[in-house]
Write a protein that binds this ligand. Structure first.
Ligand code: AP5
Length: 211
């Protein structure tokens, strides 16, 4: 099963992607995590992406499609994948669809997370993430140990107020049109209410995928 998670920054794609992937026994692949690891490791890809990411802008489509090509030409996603934040422009959606078709595969569901702007700003302002495994936390200060891997929690550069505003704007202008594109192209698109207890939202996501 290949699932694309769509939703604004802070909607919980990372949090839920991990849980849904665990339940389905397939990997979660997040372009944001791949790019942050590249920035941390100082690779050429990371150096090219850093400026875009710090400002909250999108990195070029060609970079994202290159990452997806690597993923789908390796055994990583042989049984499927939860794609978190992978499709953020219509050209990315078209490119991914084309690439998968060449492999005889397709996206099964576009799962859209609905959260109000006020909730998003609140969530991102209070977020820390593990600098090693990238797990997001709420209500834990930078410097705290990650409960999952023992790494150190840090604030993301793009969780500064100015970057958050830009990311929300970029989402509305460049990513929201992907939802219309998916409807217009006959894809299965399901919206879920992504506000509430984390476990309840995972249940809603699983129901949407199995329905
Ligand atoms: P990325 O890392 O994907 O960032 P994002 O889309 O902005 O999403 P976030 O990680 O901020 O939020 P999330 O929805 O995963 O929420 P989370 O689970 O953390 O991308 C970063 C950058 O990389 C982009 O800006 C761009 O530059 C680049 N990039 C990546 N992919 C790209 C692409 N395809 N094309 C071009 N550029 C790309 O939750 C947020 C917080 O809320 C956490 O603290 C969490 O603990 C908390 N929380 C979660 N659920 C709940 C709940 N139910 N109630 C209360 N709190 C909750």
């Amino acid at each position: 099963m290949i699932v694309v998670l769509l939703g604004p920054p802070g909607a919980g794609k990372g949090t839920q992607g991990e849980k849904v992937a665990d339940r389905l026994g397939i990997p979660k692949i997040a372009t944001g995590d791949v790019l942050r690891a590249a920035v941390r490791d100082g690779t050429q890809q990371g150096l090219a992406a850093k400026g875009y990411m710090d400002r909250g802008d999108l990195v070029p489509d060609s970079v994202i499609l290159g990452i997806m090509k690597d993923v789908f030409s390796s055994p990583t996603a042989a049984r499927g994948a939860i794609l978190d934040g992978v499709v953020r422009t219509v050209p990315q959606a078209e490119g991914l669809t084309r690439m998968l078709a060449e492999l005889g595969r397709k996206v099964d569901t576009y799962l859209v997370f609905d959260v109000s702007d006020d909730d998003l700003v609140d969530r991102l302002g209070g977020r820390t993430v593990c600098d090693s495994c990238q797990t997001p936390y709420r209500g834990l200060e930078p410097g705290t140990r990650c409960e999952k891997c023992g790494g150190t929690l840090v604030r993301r550069k793009d969780d500064e107020p100015e970057s958050i505003r830009n990311r929300l704007d970029v989402y509305r202008k460049q990513t929201a049109p992907v939802i219309e594109w998916a409807h217009a192209n006959g894809m299965k698109v399901v919206n879920i209410d992504a506000v509430g207890e984390i476990g309840d939202i995972t249940d809603r996501a699983m129901k949407a995928l199995q329905g």
